[in-house]
Design a protein around this ligand. Sequence first.
Ligand code: ODT
Length: 175
Amino acid sequence: WAQDCQVDNIQVMQNFNRTKYAGTWYAVAKKDPVGLFLLDNIVAQFNIAEDGQMTATAEGRVIILQQWELCAHMFATFEDTYDPAKFKMKYWGAAANLQTGYDDHWVISTDYDNYAVHYACREKGYDGTCIDSYSFVFSRHPTGLRPEDQYIVTQKKQEICLLGKYRRVQHNGRL
Ligand code: ODT
């Protein structure tokens, strides 16, 4: 049995409900992409407009230009795709020196009330696996995941072929 790490075969959340997903999420773990950006104290706030469009804001501590530590205020709009749990995320920063970009934004799994696993592949290799991904584990609770949510989160990390690649994201109020 070999694990299928093809990006196109990654299973995402079934019947994703963006309204239930709205609100505040605390990043408790992160798998960094190449050229990491958000370090810690990462909090995302998802909003659903009256027309159903999803937007988000995020804050987090970043280091720019190798040495400057600051609090990033970021904004994103999400474009829908054929799959309700797969979005394209256009993002930019409140300050001009912050990162801008256009990434995949996939919701792999969530119970809406406690945990969520997010995934983005920035670059696929010739074999169809991801060569530059990042992923957040979110919690509704700044203190972290509840013990009863750890099993499913670990299982999902494995399914997206990133088990063992996460670091813990601190929340110590230092922004
Ligand atoms: O931190 C990195 O190394 C890569 C991630 C950069 C994207 C951050 C853009 C945040 C824009 C505001 C959106 C908030 C929603 C965030 C949800 C998940 C994380 C992308």
